[in-house]
Design a protein around this ligand. Sequence first.
Ligand code: F6P
Length: 555
Amino acid sequence: MTDITKTGEWRALEALSAKPVDLRAAFSRDPERAQRFALEAAGIYLDFSKNRINDEILAALLALAKAGELEAAKKRMFAGEKINATEGRAVLHVALRDFALRAYHVDGEDVSKLVRAEREKMRDFVRRVHSGDFRGVSGKPLDTVVNIGIGGSDLGPQMATEALRPYWAPGRRAFFVSNVDGQHLADTLEGLDPERTLFIIASKTFTTQETMTNAASARAWFIEKTGDEKAIANHFVALSTNERAVADFGIDPANMFVFWDWVGGRYSLWSAIGLSIALQTSFDIFERLLKGAHAMDEHFRTAPLEANMPALLALIGVWNRNFENISAHAVLPYDQHLARLPAYLQQADMESNGKSRRMDGAPVSCATGPVIFGEPGTNGQHAFYQLIHQGTDVISSDFIAPALSQEPLGDHHEKLLANFLAQTEAMMLGKTEGEARAELEAQGLTKPEVDALAPHKVFPGGRPTNSILMEKLTPETLGALLALYEHKIFCEGALWGINSFDQWGVELGKTLAKAILPELAKLGEEKPEASAHDASTNALINRINAARAAQKNDQ
Ligand code: F6P
């Protein structure tokens, strides 16, 4: 596989990066800039003109994509090749949302048939729960769902459920429990009626410590409240690839919805993992979400590189990361219902592209995934935007907004959009010292006052932003937006030569936590001094154990 950093195309980009683009000047010189650096696909409009690029740079980035054989990498993914080589798995989340009835082969089997069968099983289950055919053991309707999962088995369904709030079925409630901190489960269960509650245990592996611990405690709570162990069959369903572990847990296989090892955890909301989304809305809405993603998949699969939105977004990402040395990227949705999008994209991007080894195990020779963070606008403006505008590090950002609100209220949406637009304009334009001085002079400040204050009022500008606009946040546009990011992440990883679909970096901490667990004292228990770790960890264990040992005396 080509190491793009060793190509002439990479060196050409390095040379171009030595002459930084002055965005303010570029916009005033070229009235067509906004049209040329923008495109539309699957209901999403992307304006990438406020990045420090020009025609020459864009052409060089497209040449880099060719040198990096991006088209071939894309074909391998759609063909079901085992591109997740370290886990020996295909990567076919696109098959979960393919409504063109295309076949997808894994080890010679057409998995699209499995996908369609499971989708029908989900559709039937959602219909039965909504109609009351499938109800609680005491005959009450199951109008409350508690999804227990973590990572991809939590962030995707939680984010999408919140994003689709205007489409919620009346009277239904959905809760998401992920943290092994017992307070998360206890706080959620407080006040819930077990007879109306359906627990969804969502775990690809069905071995994840947090999920299994929460699931066991939820089951204990349920049995204690109802006094009826057999009622589990009406109140617990599982979403997993691990049928044996589900059966061992005591969930009837008839109440299990499966997916497959070619669906990565962070790419799984389109699979059975999306059951909580469908229950909180309807299966039709869930299908509309899948169709939106499919529209973006089709665009990604067929559009030429220079008009391919995920590929272009990835190339801008590569430019910012590798040639502008930007190590943090903000995701800023101007839509309260997208409040969980930054957290979702943190996993999608950082677990996928936070790697420092190439596919063949050699160290990478360039920087890979940036730190992803964000908050909904306008909240972030009153918190961390100061650093984006005037900090010493340049940070790139994606601004995301719907032109129309799902819940118009007075002039709220106009104000929201005015802020959305103003921020990218401010980040691009900045403010020169001359402008700052003129402003202060116009306010009647004396010269010494102007001298003192003007430097603080200067904004360097040239902060790169993408603006992502949709008419409205609908199931279709949400699906397309998420697929856009998935493919962007794939393209970046493919160009960097890393495996975007494994996550070995999460293993070490898990293993050490397992080793430490028996060293921690139960309440009132005396433990010997810890000595098996580094001095810091030993001291922390001893301090925790002292507090826990003393607990009994206080009770
Ligand atoms: O620890 C990381 C991870 O494996 C994620 O990739 C995954 O989404 C999450 O844990 C949950 O895994 P599971 O669905 O198997 O419980």
